[in-house]
Write a protein that binds this ligand. Structure first.
Ligand SMILES: *Cc1c(COP(=O)(O)O)cnc(C)c1O
Length: 342
């Protein structure tokens, strides 16, 4: 389930150079053309219940209701004029798609997005309403990805990975830059939801370069724990099957660029069940009156599991509240399951 802390281990120079490279890209990322600096908000009821100070980084408040706009905009902003003219194509379970669609519209670039057939309707509408072309293809992300890659090859447009790209990682890393500015006092650990690993890689690179004592804890769905399995195997493995309840993180293989960072700079990875996610959606609602999507509640579910496992108290723990794109109809299921878990 978890690995011992690596944060005290001095890192070799080449590795620090890699982190420094990302820190520079993060500081230079022009994400605020579209993204906002989101609040880092206290969760008083949860804090009291868990005996630790819990802070929520409210990425569900971004213009597309998830942090993905950061990486997508940073990637598209780096394209040359010819690449911009040919357009971009991507595959996404939904939130990256909306980020790319909004970023492309802002920059005047044509965008085509391949989404798995299981994608919630409001994520599909979120793409179409931003003038991008949405193609529904495949039963889960890997199938959509393969289709998008072949379309990119035949059309000459640029493929924009949702996570496996240094500019995407750097864009997501701006979340960490904000957290370190917003929380200048005690900060013991940051809990980060993990799908393909772009978000956690950007956060880990920034935080471990500047504040290596802060723990970086990845949180995965137990139905798509590709980082946990890759760390255990010492290499990127492909999961034979992936559950899609937490559709924002339903990824079968951790990204190559992200894994380069995560294998040395992520202190621990926790996995949680779907019922734990439903309970965490309720916890977030109770403290904020906001509703998150299942992936968006991963970090809070991870904090609860972490506190239960390690019995820490009096610590300051940050959860990335990563997204809010949930179909209204699924709330009935979430509420039912939340009633059975805590
Ligand atoms: C994409 C996404 C994640 C995971 O980000 P990765 O960079 O793929 O690890 C987590 N939560 C939400 C809401 C997302 O959309």
């Amino acid at each position: 389930m978890s690995r011992p802390s690596r944060s005290a281990t001095p890192q070799p120079r080449a590795d620090m150079a890699l982190l420094e490279h990302y820190v520079k890209m993060i500081l230079a990322a022009p994400v605020y053309d579209l993204a906002i600096c989101t609040p880092l908000q206290a969760a008083p009821a949860l804090s009291q219940r868990l005996g630790n100070q819990i802070l929520l980084k409210r990425e569900d408040l971004q213009p597309t209701f998830s942090f993905k706009i950061r990486g997508a905009y940073n990637r598209l902003a780096q394209l040359g004029p010819e690449q911009k003219r040919r357009g971009v194509i991507t595959a996404s379970a939904g939130n990256h798609a909306q980020g790319v669609a909004l970023a492309a519209r802002e920059l005047g670039i044509k965008a085509t997005i391949v989404m798995p057939a299981s994608t919630p309707e409001l994520k599909v509408l979120g793409v179409r309403s931003r003038d991008a072309e949405a193609i529904l293809h495949g039963e889960s992300f890997p199938f959509a990805l393969a289709h998008a890659l072949s379309l990119a090859q035949s059309s000459g447009s640029t493929f924009v990975s949702p996570f496996d790209d240094p500019h995407v990682i750097a864009g997501q890393g701006t979340v960490a830059m904000e957290i370190l500015r917003q929380q200048q006092g005690a900060l013991d650990a940051i809990f980060v939801p993990v799908g393909g690993g772009g978000l956690i890689a950007g956060i880990a690179a920034y935080v471990k370069y500047l504040r290596p004592e802060i723990r970086i804890v990845g949180v995965e769905s137990e139905h798509s724990n590709c980082l946990q399995q890759a760390l255990a195997a010492g290499e990127r493995v492909v999961l034979p099957a992936v559950g899609t309840f937490a559709d924002g993180v339903a990824v079968a293989q951790i990204g190559e660029y992200g894994f380069q960072i995560c294998r040395h700079h992520v202190d621990q990875v926790i996995s949680v069940s779907n019922d734990q996610l439903c309970a965490a959606i309720k916890d977030i609602y109770d403290d904020t009156r906001s509703i998150t999507e299942p992936s968006g509640a991963l970090a809070v579910a991870g904090i609860k599991e972490y506190v239960a496992q390690s019995a820490v108290s009096g610590q300051t723990l940050v959860a990335i509240d990563s997204g809010a794109n949930i179909n209204f109809d699924s709330l009935r299921h979430v509420a039912e399951r939340a009633a059975l878990s805590n």
